[in-house]
Design a protein around this ligand. Structure first.
Ligand code: NAD
Length: 437
């Protein structure tokens, strides 16, 4: 199959490279010329484990190329994936579909022969209808099927997720056999590996993606509230999570209490689902509440640090380890670290951060933060060390060394990666999430 991927970001680049690795001919297209130029030079514009090798081997095999030239890429393609961003729209929280609509218009006038246009971006119910309308309006002659195929990969494990998905969801307009055959062919290598291919209607497919993300966000928020209750009643949230997670009906994943969910998907997708549901007079109150709880939680985590540090951090130095919304990515979008750092700065603290991969993006999103070269550099003269993101390199900190450089030996562990007794043994004060003193 000849595939064009519109948008070479976290999803478009990973999906495009994996499709090439399956044996398809793939062109990754982006309107960001610097991104495409870098890719042509063999530089990967994002941090995603394993991506550099996979790109290099597929470019070498001749199955993967990069371009900004939409016209020729689209004309040659059997399948065109739209994988552009759908951020929250400023002001009202609806998904901003301007990039999807623009891409649809650009594609439309260059289509030749039967082409399947696939929305891989996360888009609200009805977007496929609008994409189809735009294409037919722009190019009434086009022989096109518009299909929904939401992506479920996680940053940090994106290649593995793409190649071994729990399921592939494809939403068709009616019972379009031609589109069904093309999509089956696109995913044949995975299908042969027994990944369930779930065919459904286009609107259902669009909603599946939001329902999935909202459910996971709710699960995280549920355990976060249990953690708060644990702190009040003297219970241990990790045992609660294990005790309920072993129940097969509940499952152990997404039951790690922490500073609140962040990232490029859950915050914007939960909000967009709330807005869609309100528009259809069918409010999703559980999700509305989840959004509100999570919004409050991030600053509450900043206040937790202040309390642990004795209640007044004015003029004191706080070190923050981990800035990205989770480990193994450089993605800073909606990371809890942003609100936590701001809360500490608002209280007058001087904050120094360290992150293995996120600093470049953090600089664009957090003002007034000093950056350190490593955890010990960050901790120098600090009155508290805060773990916000659980990168592996923070799991075995040298506490003896930290104690010699810190002003006050205090660890605030917002990811529960340490045990109180092991930290206390080194003479450190310790605060964590939902575990008894
Ligand atoms: P991203 O911002 O990393 O990438 C989007 C890319 O699209 C950018 O490089 C941008 O320059 C390009 N672009 C925008 N308009 C274009 C156009 N008209 N022509 C060509 N290129 C264009 O975004 P992302 O994180 O990859 O997310 C893309 C979509 O996938 C979103 O809808 C998101 O919700 C969804 N999604 C993301 C993830 C994730 O983990 N990041 C997971 C599942 C689904």
């Amino acid at each position: 199959m000849k595939i064009t991927m519109i948008g070479a970001g976290y999803v478009g680049l990973v999906s495009g490279v994996c499709f090439a690795d399956f044996g398809h001919d793939v062109i990754c297209l982006d309107k960001d010329e610097r991104k495409i130029e870098a890719l042509k030079q063999g530089q990967i514009p994002i941090f995603e484990p394993g991506l550099d090798h996979l790109v290099a081997s597929n470019v070498a095999s001749g199955r993967l190329s990069f371009t900004t030239d939409l016209k020729s890429a689209v004309a040659e393609s059997d399948v065109i994936f739209i994988a552009v961003g759908t951020p929250s729209r400023r002001g009202d929280g609806h998904a901003d579909l301007s990039y999807v609509h623009a891409a649809s218009r650009e594609i439309a006038s260059n289509l030749t022969g039967f082409t399947v246009v696939v929305t891989k971006s996360t888009v609200p119910v009805g977007t496929g209808d609008e994409v189809e309308r735009i294409i037919r309006e722009t190019n009434p002659e086009a022989d096109v099927a518009v299909v929904s195929n939401p992506e479920f990969l996680r940053e940090g494990a994106a290649i593995e997720d793409f190649k071994r998905p729990d399921r592939i969801v494809v939403g068709l307009n009616g019972n379009d056999q031609r589109a069904r055959e093309v999509m089956t062919e696109v995913y044949r290598p995975l299908y042969l590996n027994q990944a369930p291919l779930v065919f459904t209607t286009r609107r259902t497919s669009e909603l599946i993606k939001y329902a999935g993300n909202a459910f996971l966000a709710m699960k995280i928020t549920f355990i976060n509230e249990m953690a708060d209750l644990c702190e009040k009643v003297g219970a241990d949230v990790q045992d609660v999570a294990r005790g309920i997670g072993l129940d097969g009906r509940i499952g152990s994943k997404f039951l790690h209490a922490g500073p609140g969910y962040g990232g490029s998907c859950f915050p914007k997708d939960t909000l967009a689902l709330v807005k869609t549901a309100q528009d259809y007079d069918s409010p999703v109150r559980l999700v509305e509440t989840t959004v509100a709880i999570n919004d409050n939680r991030k600053r509450a985590m900043g206040r937790k640090v202040i309390t642990a540090a004795g209640g007044d951090v004015r003029g004191r130095k706080i070190a923050v380890l981990g800035l990205t919304f989770k480990p193994n990515t450089d993605d800073m979008r909606d990371s809890p670290a942003i609100a936590i750092v701001q809360t500490l700065q608002d209280a007058g603290a001087k904050v120094t951060g360290y992150d293995p991969e996120g600093v470049e993006n953090a600089r664009k999103l957090i003002e007034g933060l000093d950056y350190a070269a490593d955890p010990y550099d960050a901790a120098a003269d600090a009155d508290a060390l805060v773990i916000v993101t659980e990168w592996n390199e923070f799991r075995a900190l040298d506490f003896a060394r930290l104690k010699t450089v810190m002003k006050t030996p205090l660890l605030v562990d917002l990811r529960n990666i340490y045990r109180r007794d092991e930290v206390a043994r080194h003479g450190f004060g310790y605060a964590s999430i939902g575990r008894p003193d």
